[in-house]
Every structure is written in C-alpha cells, then in structure tokens.
Design a protein around this ligand. Structure first.
Ligand SMILES: [Fe+2]
Ligand SMILES: [Fe+2]
Length: 142
C-alpha cells in the first residue's frame, strides 16, 4: 500500500513506490526515513537536547554523503537533467541548516514542522526525480 504523503506523522513513510532499483541508493533512502522517525521521536521527549543535536548533525552528514553517492552514479550518463538534479540537492542541503537554526531556538514545534517538510521533500524527490534519473549501474563497485 502506498504511503499517503499528507499523512506526515504516520511513522516511516518509505515503501516500494520509492524504489529506484539501485540497492545502495534504496538503502540510503530507507535510512533517511528511519533517521527522521528517530528525530521526531526524540524531539517529543524531554531532556533529549544533546541527542537531537547529535542526530541533526548526523542527518546533515548523511544527506551530503547520499547526494554525493547519487551524483557519482549520474555523472557518467547522458541524463539531460543532471545539473537540475544536483541543484535540487544543493537547495535541500541548505534547508538542513534551517533545521539546526530551528533547534538553536530550542523550538520543538518548528523542528517538528521541519521534519514534516523533509519527509514530504524526500518522498516527492525520490518518486519524481530520483526514480526518473539514469543511474549508470556500471559505476557500482560495491
Ligand atoms: Fe536520493
Ligand atoms: Fe536525488
């Protein structure tokens, strides 16, 4: 059953409709949703500020790592929208900074909104952009 992207707090929203057919990318996409679930869970608890901050940093690092992985597979194809796709990654990476700023104000509500935004962004980006990207399977060495 497909996840409903408007139901933003329904736990992990990943499902088969997000499969792009490259194992390492599919695994990384799944990990994103798990990290966001954990972030949402921790954010609702008291006295977890340090853990939330650590997870935000981890999420940021993981985002950059994932985009690099994905772009490596795009680079050697003649897929026409590479630059557009990379630009979407760049814009999203900037939004991650907003997460940190939001949390810097110690505002759980803002952070919750950012988590919702990110879940939705991920679902749309994976299903609309990643899925239609030509990934060169020949580049996979793992
Ligand atoms: Fe992706
Ligand atoms: Fe992407």
């Amino acid at each position: 059953m497909n996840a409903n992207i408007n139901n933003l707090f329904a736990g992990s929203l990943w499902d088969e409709s997000c499969l792009v057919g490259i194992d390492i990318l599919d695994q990384q996409h799944k990990n994103f949703f798990s990290m966001l679930d954990e972030l949402a869970y921790l954010n609702r608890l008291d006295n977890k500020r340090e853990e939330v901050l650590q997870l935000l940093n981890k999420f940021e690092e993981y985002t950059i790592y994932h985009f690099n992985t994905e772009e490596k597979y795009m680079d050697k194809t003649d897929y026409p929208d590479i630059e557009k796709h990379k630009n979407l990654h760049k814009l999203f990476t900037k939004r991650i900074e907003d997460f940190k700023i939001a949390y810097g104000y110690d505002n759980k509500v803002i952070l919750e909104e950012m988590i919702s935004y990110t879940r939705k962004w991920m679902l749309v980006h994976i299903r609309v952009v990643d899925i239609h990207t030509t990934f060169d399977k020949g580049l996979i060495t793992e």
